[in-house]
Design a protein around this ligand. Structure first.
Ligand code: PGA
Length: 259
């Protein structure tokens, strides 16, 4: 099965409204001749930058996503944002369960599961992050951790909905550290993740699900990573904050996916 690759920029807590607009305008120029049939491109700004980015991206094929979603439709949840609020901004994607949220904001597999259900119900495309810490990898617990994150995070989701989810494999030790997983290490994890997805959703859905790699992906390593059979894109932090590096990375990813 051929899966359309997807490269998404996770801006984290960077770029105010004006800076986000400028970045997307520069990105539109950089990608003017890109064949968007070959790759889906998404940017995920902070909540307060979403509306200026949506405006700047309009008329282009660049998709826009949020970085978090609350599971309740409304109510006394100070500081949180509901699915309906996200939909009303025009975003189409939402990152769920990023390791920084697991590490600093008490995110668990159970809260990931609740957020995922809210996103699916609202028709948003979820990008669900999984990945092991350095201690877990060194303790030979990578597969155990990934299996738990997938079975608990994706519990109670139908195969039909499951097929639309995007999974991002982000080994925590590779995020923002400059240490990328080698293409072989990443491929082994992606293949394991796909086998776990098959256990939850069945083989057809698992074959349709796109699995991004994330963690110090750059223009220099994107091609080799995307050459791997189970790596279907990237979730990019640092290298997505400049239009030229993000555009270069996207082109390298497309080239790699054709190998
Ligand atoms: P990085 O971040 O590319 O800066 O390592 C990736 C991510 O956290 O999504």
């Amino acid at each position: 099965m051929s899966r359309k690759i997807i490269v998404a920029g996770n801006w984290k807590m960077n770029k105010n409204a004006a800076e986000g607009k400028a970045l997307v305008e520069a990105l539109k120029n950089e990608l003017a001749d890109l064949d968007f049939n070959e790759v889906e491109v998404v940017v995920c700004p902070p909540f307060t930058t979403i509306s200026s980015v949506i405006e700047a991206a309009s008329g282009s094929a660049i998709g826009v996503g949020a970085q978090n979603i609350h599971w309740a439709p409304s109510g006394a949840f100070t500081g949180e944002i509901s699915a309906d609020m996200l939909v009303s901004t025009g975003v189409k994607y939402v990152i769920i369960g990023h390791s920084e949220r697991r590490q600093y904001f008490g995110e668990t597999d159970a809260t990931v599961n609740s957020r995922l259900k809210a996103a699916i119900a609202a028709g948003l495309i979820p990008i669900v992050c999984v990945g092991e810490t350095l201690a877990e990898r060194e303790g030979n617990r990578t597969e155990e951790v990934l299996a738990r994150q997938i079975t608990e995070g994706f519990a109670g989701i139908s195969a039909e909905d499951g097929a639309k989810i995007i999974v991002a494999y982000e080994p925590v030790w590779a995020i923002g550290t400059g240490k990328t997983a080698t293409p072989d290490i990443a491929q082994a994890a992606h293949s394991f993740i796909r086998s776990q997805l098959a256990g939850v959703f069945g083989t057809d859905a698992a074959e349709a699900i796109r699995i991004q790699y994330g963690g110090s992906m750059k223009p220099e390593n994107a091609r080799a990573l995307l050459s791997q059979p189970d790596i279907d894109g990237g979730l990019i932090g640092g290298a997505a904050l400049k239009a030229d590096s993000f555009a270069k990375l996207i082109r390298e990813a497309v080239a790699g996916s054709k190998n």
